[in-house]
Design a protein around this ligand. Structure first.
Ligand SMILES: [Zn+2]
Length: 248
């Protein structure tokens, strides 16, 4: 009887286990598949409850920047700040720098003259040697008893030879389009180093624009003209000058 009882107990146990396995054979696997699907498109409450999913999602929030076009990337707050800093630096580098190189000839002292015209010239050292030697060119001005207020060398360095308030001898016999002669009296002369063959350098145009802006801020400027425009037939400088490069 004891053996039969044991057999029955084992048989019932096996039947219960068998029924259990029959009812839930791949139950857990099925749930896992559902979970994988929800990872791809998680419900809101599942995202909140799963730290793994949250990590994945926050990463996704950062990467879409790569898909944005450059305009959008440029306009993010962070990049805007960076841009402003860069602009500040450029402005600092772009500040007008003038070196004093005053002469004692080629001008007459004046007080309270009104300035409304700027005359652009070009010249080079014709005394021999380097055509763009600043000192030799200034010596040449001395020989002729002339001087501009400013001289810009090939590298864009700006030299001040005569104070703006004084009348520099740079224009000679001349007339503005509105019929005024003796242009020296109401003008500022700017010489840029250049030969008749060469073009002006970008550095020269850059410096000239900065200087023009400064002068226009100080004075009510009516004309910015080439020497050739106030003394046609007599003067043909500034040679190879491109007026389109004047931005100020
Ligand atoms: Zn000239």
């Amino acid at each position: 009887m004891g053996k039969v009882k044991l057999f029955l107990v084992l048989a019932i146990f096996a039947a219960v286990v068998g029924v259990f396995l029959f009812i839930f054979p791949f139950g857990s696997k099925t749930i896992k598949i559902v979970n994988l699907n929800t990872v791809l498109e998680p419900a809101a409450d599942e995202v909140e409850n799963s730290s793994d999913n949250t990590a994945e999602i926050s990463q996704e929030v950062q990467t879409p920047d790569l898909k944005k076009d450059f305009t959008e990337i440029n306009n993010t707050e962070e990049n805007k700040k960076e841009k402003i800093n860069t602009t500040d630096k450029q402005e600092n580098n772009d500040k007008l720098k003038i070196t004093g190189k005053y002469v004692f000839w080629g001008y007459e002292k004046a007080e309270g003259r009104s300035i409304d015209t700027i005359i652009i010239h070009s010249s080079y050292n014709a005394l021999g040697g380097d055509a763009y030697d600043v000192d030799k060119l200034v010596k040449e001005y001395k020989d002729y008893g002339v001087a501009p207020h400013y001289l810009i060398d090939r590298k864009g360095n700006i030299y001040k030879l005569v104070d703006e308030k004084n009348i520099a001898y740079h224009a000679g016999e001349s007339q503005t389009p509105d019929g005024r002669s003796n242009v020296n009296n109401f003008s500022i002369g700017i010489e840029l180093m250049n030969t008749k063959e060469d073009k002006f350098t970008d550095a020269q145009y850059n410096s000239l624009n900065k200087l023009l802006k400064d002068l226009k801020d100080k004075y009510e400027i009516k004309y910015v003209l080439g020497h050739n425009q106030i003394a046609p037939g007599r003067k043909d400088d500034p040679w190879n000058f491109n007026p389109l490069q004047i931005t100020n």
